[in-house]
Design a protein around this ligand. Structure first.
Ligand SMILES: NC(=O)c1ccc[n+]([C@@H]2O[C@H](COP(=O)([O-])OP(=O)(O)OC[C@H]3O[C@@H](n4cnc5c(N)ncnc54)[C@H](OP(=O)(O)O)[C@@H]3O)[C@@H](O)[C@H]2O)c1
Length: 260
């Protein structure tokens, strides 16, 4: 009953990890930690120089620029990893487009783009790595969602629904893939100080560093957790608010926003 939901990651040495969103923030910090732990990490994002900075400091990194919106580029990137490393053991999707906005400020074209980057493009990545993982009966998929996906939060008009969908998708992936030998990790960070949250005009409770976040992610994987959420004080509070009746939840959120 209390066995971990995933097979714990027992060692990182020579794990072949494809980290999308590795040029900055949580992804860059996580890539550095994984490389230090001995993993081989293929670093993807659009900003090649950001990826190179991460790669330069460590061995076993492959710089693989990728715009997730470019459907054809996914296959070329996957082929490049398989040519060099033969396969991918873990796909980490750590990509996001975020604009804090109320619904009346929303631009439909930008909304479509955010939904594509945060959610739809992940299906291109899954289509690349899953056939081989399923054949081998092993591999891991890790999705970085957010506590913003737990419930509707003001000004997360487009970002919030994409994160809720990622949480839902991780649950579906677990249901489909666990029995076939694969791990599925759902990662729900609270607030982390990155260029993404630098856009927030409100004060962010329990703000963590990208290094703290990457430590929590690796620890959760080593424990075989399905949902890896942090920092616990804040995320448990969010989980409590989520299960409240709507009348109380809305009142609490609007009180918090007035005082924030
Ligand atoms: N910061 C937080 O408080 C927080 C909280 C919960 C969840 N998260 C999640 O954590 C993940 C990382 O976010 P972060 O806070 O570290 O923000 P960040 O520093 O802005 O990182 C976002 C990453 O996504 C990449 N990216 C964006 N558009 C892309 C595209 N079209 N193609 C390829 N890569 C693209 C960026 O690289 P390029 O610009 O170089 O392409 C960057 O590496 C996201 O999924 C975010 O939703 C963050």
């Amino acid at each position: 009953m209390f066995r971990p939901l995933n097979k714990p990651v027992e060692h990182w040495v020579d794990q072949r990890i494809w980290l999308i969103g590795a040029s900055s923030g949580i992804g860059a910090a996580l890539a550095r930690k994984l490389l230090c732990a001995g993993a081989r990490v293929a670093l993807s994002a659009r900003d090649e120089s950001g990826l190179q900075t991460v790669a330069d400091a460590h061995g076993h990194a492959m710089v693989l620029p990728l715009d997730v919106l470019d459907a054809a580029a996914w296959q070329a990137a996957h082929d490049a990893i398989c040519t060099r490393w033969n396969d991918v053991d873990m796909l980490i999707y750590c990509v996001a487009d975020y604009l804090p906005e109320s619904v009346w400020e929303m631009e439909p074209m930008q909304a479509h783009r955010t939904i594509a980057v945060n959610l739809s493009c992940l299906y291109d990545g899954l289509a690349q790595v899953l056939p081989r993982m399923l054949r081998r009966g092993q591999g891991s998929i890790a999705l970085i969602a957010s506590v913003a996906g737990y419930m509707g939060l003001p000004r997360a008009t487009v970002y919030g629904p994409t994160k809720a969908a990622l949480i839902n998708l991780a649950e579906i992936l677990y249901a489909d893939l666990h029995a076939r030998g694969l791990n599925v990790f759902l990662i729900n960070p609270g607030f982390v100080a990155t260029r993404l949250t630098a856009k927030n005009a409100f004060s962010m409770p329990a703000l963590q560093s990208p290094e703290d976040a990457s430590r929590a992610i690796m620890q959760g994987m080593q424990q075989g957790d399905f949902e890896i959420h942090f920092p616990k004080g804040f995320t448990f509070l969010m989980k409590f608010i989520q299960v409240l009746p709507y009348r109380w939840r809305f009142a609490l959120l609007s009180h918090y926003l007035e005082t924030a």
